[in-house]
Structure formats: C-alpha cells, structure tokens
Design a protein around this ligand. Sequence first.
Ligand code: S3P
Length: 174
Amino acid sequence: MKNIVLLGYMGSGKTSVAQRLSAVLDRKFIDLDDVIEREENLNINEIFERKGALYFRKIEHQLLKEIISKSENTILSLGGGTPVYFNNMDVLLQNDRLVTVYLNASIQQLSDHLFEQRLSRPLISHVNTKEELTEFIAKHLFERRSDYLKAQYKINTEGKNIDQISREIIARLF
Ligand code: S3P
C-alpha cells in the first residue's frame, strides 16, 4: 500500500488526522516537524530563533527526501510550509510510492484554531489580535494555495471533525 502524505496550512489538522489514520489503518505515523525537532534536539521555535528560517527549510527538505525514500506503510504529516520550499512538491509528486492529500480548511477555521496556539508557532507568534491573525492567514494562504492544490487529493475540512475527515480520506483512497 502507498504511503499517505498529509499537507495543508498550520492548524488544518494534519497531525491529528495522520494519527487517526495511522491507528485505523494500522500504519506507522511520522510527523516531519517531530523528526526535525528530534534531529536538531531543539523545538521548532528554537530552531527558527537560533538557526534561522533558511536553516529550518534546508533541514526540512533533506529530512523529507530521506523519509519518503525509506518509508513503507506510513502516514506522514508535513509542516505547513513544506510544500512551498525548494522542489519539495515535485519530489512528492514524482514519488509513485505515495499519495498526497491536501486538508483544505477555511481562513476562519484556521484563525479560530490557531489564535490560542500562536506563541508556539514562529510564523504567527508576532500577531496580537484575532483580526490581525485572520488577515495574515488570508494573505499567506493565498501565496501558498497554488502549491497545496497540486496535491492529488483535496479534502474540504469545514465543519468536519478528525474522525469524519479521516473517514473521507479512506473512502477516497481505497
Ligand atoms: C510552518 C508550519 C509548522 C512548522 C513551522 C513552519 C509553516 O508546521 O513546520 O512552524 O511554514 O507553515 P505545522 O503546519 O505542523 O504547524
């Protein structure tokens, strides 16, 4: 069976859905951010602060290639920016041992979900109000969406819980 790779904006539920799919389908679960944190022995915020965004993107690119070349029977959740940097999206699309799934969440849904967690996320930790966050996400998602939309499967997550999203992915893929 092919590996399943989940992508989408921060807060779109990639990690939770990947964990659920891994349990339901009895497959291994890998979260790219977790692998980066373990490799660097620092959390994502610390990597951005101490080593910079470019360093993070290079490590992310390298580890993505390693993981997908080795993985079998795996559900992999990416970071929100992974599809956007280097040729990561091409690397994914050219690998016929995996399928890519975009979790398409609305700006409002993302903003509601991310506001409380913003301090643990380097790209939005500077934001002070919900309105500012909504505006930031709207612009940022506009820049990123064309990459996300290259995914082979697109799932709208609006109004759906983790269980419903996971079931829909299974129904579409199998
Ligand atoms: C990022 C998303 C984060 C993490 C890093 C950068 C992004 O992952 O990789 O903070 O550029 O959108 P999640 O989408 O898992 O939060």
